[in-house]
Structure formats: structure tokens, C-alpha cells
Design a protein around this ligand. Structure first.
Ligand SMILES: [Zn+2]
Length: 289
């Protein structure tokens, strides 16, 4: 490796570290906003389900994101759509005597809950804002080529509300929501590529999401687009309300660095060569035939 090449590598690593610091700052800033407070207030209305119920929910509706009972949805200004079938989970039956502090568990009964995609009405406060701009430098088509070098096909399709992308390991396919703007689609694709590179065996969902989104943020920033309006909120929501932002991102720093480097190297290899007419000097470099 030549010295200049080594220097360039070092500069690139420093630049990516700087971008990761920037993302941390944006997450910390977001957590001081009223939007974040409203989001947390609503999140606290969603029940934390037991492992068994999480399993029951994922068996009946794998794409579920926010699940609540009929009345909770009503209290949040939303209603369950006509004809939607509930997701059955087991609710504990607690009996409490008059002078008892804590109740006694007497059994379980089946109750119905519904995913947000089965409801409509007032929008839930969200910490993320979909990116609406155009993409720089044919980013999506170049990311699709990076995906194919990793053995993954990319398809545009309609996904459930609130889902922007999906990485399907069994068919080696990345699905990107068709209705989103080009910049959002590029960001989603970079996020899913982060999963492809890092998470085949990862079981900690929150950590995987934080890593994939950080990768996407860096890839977009290095390509000249600011994804913070989406990425900061996404990372913050997976970190949860009381997390140590810096610590969580730093523990994944190595993984984030290596995956974003791999994607950016792939993108550089697929840079479309400049058209000859845009560069008058290129004529001089052409072999005269
Ligand atoms: Zn993800």
C-alpha cells in the first residue's frame, strides 16, 4: 500500500467517525424537542408484552409494529378498520382482595389486540420524517448494483403502512416501499444493505436497527445527502427513552464503520463515468482512431 493510499484510507475512516459523531449529536438534539416528548407519551400507552405474547403476535402478524387493544386505539384517536381480525394474545386474570396491595393471578384469558396497520384515524406522533427530496448521483441504481454483488435482488413494492423496507433472507431479496421519494428509497436500501452485511445472525433487534440506520446515515452523508430528519428519530426510537446514546453508538462503531466502508467502496466502483461532452479535456485523452 502506498503512503498516499494509506493516508487516503485514514482520512476516509476519520471522515466516517466524524459523521457518526454528527449522528449522535442529532439524536441528542432530537431528544430535547417537544416532538420527542409527544412521541414518548404515546409510546408509554403501548403495553410491553411478555415473551409469550410477543411470540403469539409475531406468529399471527409478523409485520406488526405497534400493537394495542381496541380501547387504547380509541383513546389515541384511532379506530380499528372494519373487517380486521384481531391478534389473539393471553391476558392475565388478576383478582385483588379489598385490602390486598398486590393481586393474585388466577389464570389467563384470550383477548384481541390490533396492529397500527389495522387502524386509521389521527396520525400517531412520530420522531421520524420521511425524506422527500430527489437522490444524488443515481444513488439508488448504484446501491442496487452493490446489493447484487452481495447476492441480493432489490424490488420496489407496496409494504404495510409505516414499513419502508424489508430484508428477506430466505429469498435474498430487499423490498423497498415504492411510494416513497427517491432519497427515502435510497436511504432505506442503504439501511437494508447494512442488515445484509452485519445481521445474518444478530438476535438483538434494537442493536441491529441502530447499526443499520447509522450505516445508512453515513452512506447518504458521504454521498452528499443529509438523512438526519429520518435517521436521528429512527435511532432514538430504537434506543428507547433512557438510553446512553453515545455508549450505544460507540459499542457498534466498528460494525458501522466496516459496513459503511464496504458499501461506499462498492458505490465508488459503480460511479458512472462522466459523459465525455462534459469534460473538454477528455477529448485529448481519447485514443485517436
Ligand atoms: Zn431495519
Amino acid at each position: 500500500m502506498t503512503t498516499t493510499h494509506a493516508n487516503r484510507r485514514h482520512d476516509l475512516i476519520e471522515r466516517r467517525e466524524h459523521l457518526l459523531d454528527q449522528l449522535e449529536t442529532r439524536v441528542l438534539e432530537l431528544q430535547t424537542t417537544a416532538t420527542w416528548q409527544r412521541y414518548l407519551a404515546v409510546q408509554s400507552r403501548f403495553h410491553h408484552y411478555s415473551h409469550r405474547n410477543v411470540l403469539l403476535i409475531s406468529m399471527q402478524r409478523p409485520e406488526a409494529t405497534s400493537v394495542a387493544g381496541f380501547r387504547t386505539w380509541e383513546a389515541l384517536g384511532r379506530y380499528v378498520l372494519k373487517g380486521e381480525r384481531g391478534i389473539s394474545i393471553l391476558a392475565p386474570m388478576i383478582v385483588r382482595g379489598r385490602d390486598e396491595e398486590e393481586g393474585r393471578l388466577t389464570g389467563f384469558r384470550w383477548v384481541n389486540v390490533f396492529d397500527v396497520s389495522q387502524t386509521d384515524g389521527a396520525p400517531l406522533p412520530s420522531p421520524v420524517t420521511l425524506l422527500r427530496r430527489d437522490e444524488p448521483a443515481e444513488l439508488t441504481s448504484r446501491l442496487i448494483r452493490v446489493a447484487s454483488t452481495l447476492g441480493f435482488d432489490v424490488v420496489l413494492d407496496k409494504l404495510p403502512p409505516g414499513v419502508n423496507g424489508e430484508c428477506r433472507w430466505s429469498t435474498a431479496t430487499i423490498v423497498v416501499e415504492r411510494a416513497n421519494a427517491p432519497l427515502q428509497r435510497a436511504k432505506t436500501l442503504a439501511h437494508e444493505l447494512g442488515h445484509v452485511l452485519l445481521h445474518r445472525t444478530q438476535t438483538d433487534r434494537a442493536r441491529a436497527e441502530i447499526e443499520a440506520e447509522s450505516v445508512a446515515y453515513i452512506v447518504l452523508a458521504a454521498s452528499g445527502a443529509d438523512a438526519a430528519a429520518y435517521s436521528a428519530g429512527y435511532v432514538a426510537s430504537w434506543l428507547g427513552p433512557n438510553a446512553d446514546v453515545r455508549g450505544a453508538i460507540q459499542q457498534s462503531c466498528q460494525a458501522i464503520q466496516s459496513a459503511s466502508a464496504a458499501i461506499l467502496d462498492g458505490l465508488a466502483a459503480f460511479r458512472t463515468p462522466p459523459a465525455i461532452r462534459d469534460d473538454p479535456e477528455a477529448w485529448d485523452r481519447l485514443p485517436s482512431a
